[in-house]
Ligand binder design. Structure first.
Ligand SMILES: CC(=O)N[C@H]1[C@@H](OP(=O)(O)OP(=O)(O)OC[C@H]2O[C@@H](n3ccc(=O)[nH]c3=O)[C@H](O)[C@@H]2O)O[C@H](CO)[C@@H](O)[C@@H]1O
Ligand SMILES: C=C(OP(=O)(O)O)C(=O)O
Length: 383
């Protein structure tokens, strides 16, 4: 994102955990227009750029190959705000009808897409009048973005519910914000503790952001308690002191349902839980490519479309290390977890996927006692 903002003329300075963005340089409309047309991988800037400059052209979103990832909701939503939007040569081109300012409108999303909700919310902040978006995503990241925009002078109500009301402003200003903790990274570490039958303390994490995972892990037999305002302690030892976990069923769905971004890692855990578990992926239609890799470790999984039946083994150590390929980000994380539990050495190629969502994952896991090395192309995990 930093390089996208820089290519638009913003100054971006990274210092430790802080990022300083000065967008004054993005005020010149003509050069900006040219730069925007060259952007690759910045699909989500279409809303703010269109609202700010009356015109934007961005490449279709990339990301993991986990489904068709359509952009119809973005296009129809922006049209409802008065834009002319066309898909041409792999790019979405949009401009404001009759002048330079979007007009407020009403738009109901067919599906509560996170990206479409965030894009339309950003665009509507600068539209003329009151916009109502309904059936929107309720993810914590949507609430976080709304807080940030409100602190920048926007007027957004209802983020976190299924209807958002936005009173458009003529301009926004800079502000400071702290980004909400990454619930998917925290959830992955909860699962790492569970699959290795360990006890760890995780922070920062807001427990209410991952309660669906916490409930499932408790069903399996994990003890999890809140150890502070933004920390959780997970102890992968059952109440009766043993380490045999029960399998459970999972169906992914939008927040507050079970997150699709934790489905592959949860499946890795289920291969080590007792009995039959069912996993159904309902958000993305091709998010099961980790199954064939888990099978190479000895996991018994029957796959039919987006439904998997996992015949768990009683012992966490029932998996055996092998050579695997990370097909996408969360699928790759699932293989790392399985590799931690498997007997012997697991080598994962195409590990670059994993870094896209887990900064320093090798250092963090090594700090917890794992024997893991990741280069940009390969991860090696020793149980
Ligand atoms: C960078 C980022 O934050 N990515 C997250 C975001 O992705 P992203 O915002 O891409 O995911 P969406 O919430 O948009 O996608 C959810 C569903 O909506 C459908 N859809 C989406 C847009 C559209 O115009 N039409 C349409 O039909 C998609 O095909 C998918 O089936 O939310 C996903 C669901 O929580 C997470 O897995 C991703 O990690
Ligand atoms: C699917 C994910 O990311 P992206 O939307 O960038 O592909 C993810 O974070 O799991």
């Amino acid at each position: 994102m930093g390089s996208i903002l820089s290519s638009l003329g913003a100054e971006v300075e990274v210092s430790g955990d802080e990022v300083l963005i000065n967008a004054d340089g993005v005020s010149c409309v003509e050069p900006c227009r040219d730069r925007v047309k060259e952007i690759r991988g910045g699909f989500f800037v279409i809303g703010p750029l269109l609202a700010r400059f009356g015109e934007a052209a961005v490449a279709l979103p990339g990301g993991c190959d986990i489904g068709s990832r359509p952009v119809d909701l973005f296009m129809r939503g922006l049209r409802a705000l008065g834009a002319i939007v066309e898909l041409r040569d792999g790019k979405v081109e949009a401009r404001v009808r009759n002048g330079r300012r979007l007009v407020a409108g009403k738009f109901r999303l067919d599906y509560p897409s996170v990206g479409a909700t965030e894009t339309l919310m950003m665009a509507a902040c600068l539209a003329d009048g009151v916009t109502i978006l309904s059936n929107v995503a309720k993810e914590p990241e949507v609430i976080d973005l709304a807080h940030f925009l409100n602190n920048s002078g926007a007027h957004i109500e209802g983020a976190g519910s299924s209807k958002i009301r936005i009173l458009g402003q003529s301009q926004l200003h800079g502000t400071e914000c702290t980004i909400t903790p990454d619930r998917i990274e925290a959830g992955t570490f909860l699962l790492a503790a569970a699959i290795t039958r360990s006890c760890i303390n995780i922070s920062p994490v807001f427990p209410s952001h991952i309660s669906s995972l916490v409930h499932k892990l408790q069903t399996a037999g994990c003890r999890i308690r809140r150890s502070g305002r933004d920390s959780l302690e997970v102890s992968a030892v059952c109440e009766n002191g043993d380490r045999v976990f029960r399998g459970f069923n999972v169906t992914t769905s939008p927040f507050p349902g079970f997150p699709t971004d934790l489905q592959p890692q949860t499946m890795a855990l289920l291969t080590t839980c007792n009995g039959l578990s069912r996993v159904e992926e309902s958000v993305f239609e091709r998010r099961m490519t980790h199954v064939q890799e888990l099978q190479k470790l000895g996991a018994r999984i029957d796959l039919s479309g987006s439904r998997a039946l996992i015949y768990g083994k009683e012992k966490a150590s029932a998996l055996v290390g092998s050579e695997l390929t990370a097909m996408d980000l969360r699928g790759g994380a699932a293989l790392v977890l399985a590799g931690l539990a498997a007997e012997g050495r697991t080598e994962i190629s195409a590990a670059g996927h994993i870094y896209r969502g887990y900064e320093d994952i090798d250092r963090k896991l090594a700090g917890l006692g794992a024997d893991i090395q990741i280069s940009s192309s390969t991860a090696s995990v020793l149980a």
